[in-house]
Design a binder for this molecule. Structure first.
Ligand code: AMP
Length: 192
């Protein structure tokens, strides 16, 4: 049983690693970005509200995001552990998540900080723009997303570090090597 959070800038490889780690540990990967994109595709009320923020590279308001995660974490499959990818991203979301978990009498086990230098992030995000055509992978929006991360999300690492939860992992190199590094730091904490 493990409750894991992946944090890192856009392009660090969180989505890719989340899927592989979820498989490895047999827990659901909960990606707020994926859930928002699915809602946008299906033109749900949430999707219509989220789209304008996403297309500008801004964060979807905390109230919408927190409700979505509260709902997802209350589903049965999350009771035996989970991996959060892309949430929390603001201090308000950290506080909300703390509350959700304390209501369930649980807490996070580890926060994996995935790192990559700025040039590599830009290279990966522009490559993805060409491959996947994500509407938020255009050059202007990419640069906005990177600065929003620096302003609003990077400070969360200190918050979790003060709780001794952060394990920093180099996100460069082969995908399988990065997965192995993450599994190693998690196992080193004797959690799995
Ligand atoms: P991602 O796929 O994680 O890069 O997320 C894509 C976009 O979805 C972000 O740029 C935000 O607009 C929105 N989003 C995803 N997760 C969150 C979150 N925790 N808080 C606010 N907005 C989010």
């Amino acid at each position: 049983m493990i409750r894991l959070l992946l944090i890192g800038p856009p392009g660090a490889g969180k989505g890719t690693q989340a899927a592989l780690l979820a498989q490895h540990f047999g827990i659901p990967a909960i990606s707020t970005g994926d859930i928002f994109r699915e809602n946008v595709r299906n033109e749900t009320e949430l999707g219509l509200k989220a789209k304008s923020f996403m297309d500008r590279g801004e964060y979807v308001p905390d109230s919408l995001t927190n409700d979505l995660v509260r709902d997802r974490l209350s589903q049965d499959d999350a009771a035996a552990g989970f991996l959060l990818d892309g949430y929390p991203r603001t201090i308000d979301q950290v506080n909300e998540l703390d509350e959700m978990l304390s209501e369930q009498e649980t807490q996070l086990d580890v926060v994996v900080q995935l790192t990559a230098d700025h040039e590599e992030l830009l290279r990966r995000l522009s490559g993805r723009a060409a491959e996947q055509g994500r509407s938020d992978d255009t050059p202007d929006v990419i640069s906005r997303r990177l600065s929003v991360y620096d302003e609003q999300t990077a400070p969360l690492i200190d918050v979790y570090a003060s709780r001794s939860l952060v394990a920093k992992v180099d996100g460069l190199g082969e995908i399988s090597d990065v997965t192995a590094r993450i599994v190693e730091v998690i196992n080193a904490r004797e959690l799995s």
